[in-house]
Design a binder for this molecule. Structure first.
Ligand SMILES: [Zn+2]
Length: 87
């Protein structure tokens, strides 16, 4: 199980607090996920290791995609905070 969040999560992402970063030649929306909100296991694209439940991390999606915000959010990835910073 890697990325099976429901609609509640999507609306939280769409309306929740986020910051914008410029990385890898693009603009990214980055939203922290608190430990209490991390209830699933994800695979980090930075190190290919699991992000275990209960571990605070970040979720990132493109902010400049041509397909629109909803498509970008659905293509979001979860990263270890450390991996996002160094990648
Ligand atoms: Zn990682």
């Amino acid at each position: 199980m890697t990325d099976t969040e429901g609609e509640d999560d999507l609306s939280r992402l769409a309306s929740g607090w986020r910051r914008t970063e410029v990385r890898r030649g693009g603009v990214w929306n980055v939203q922290p996920v608190q430990a209490a909100q991390a209830v699933k296991t994800y695979q980090c694209p930075g190190c290919n290791l699991e992000i275990v439940p209960g571990l605070a991390h970040v979720v990132a999606w493109r902010g400049d995609g041509v397909m629109g915000d909803a498509a970008d959010i659905s293509a979001r990835r979860h990263w270890h905070s450390h991996c996002w910073k160094i990648t």
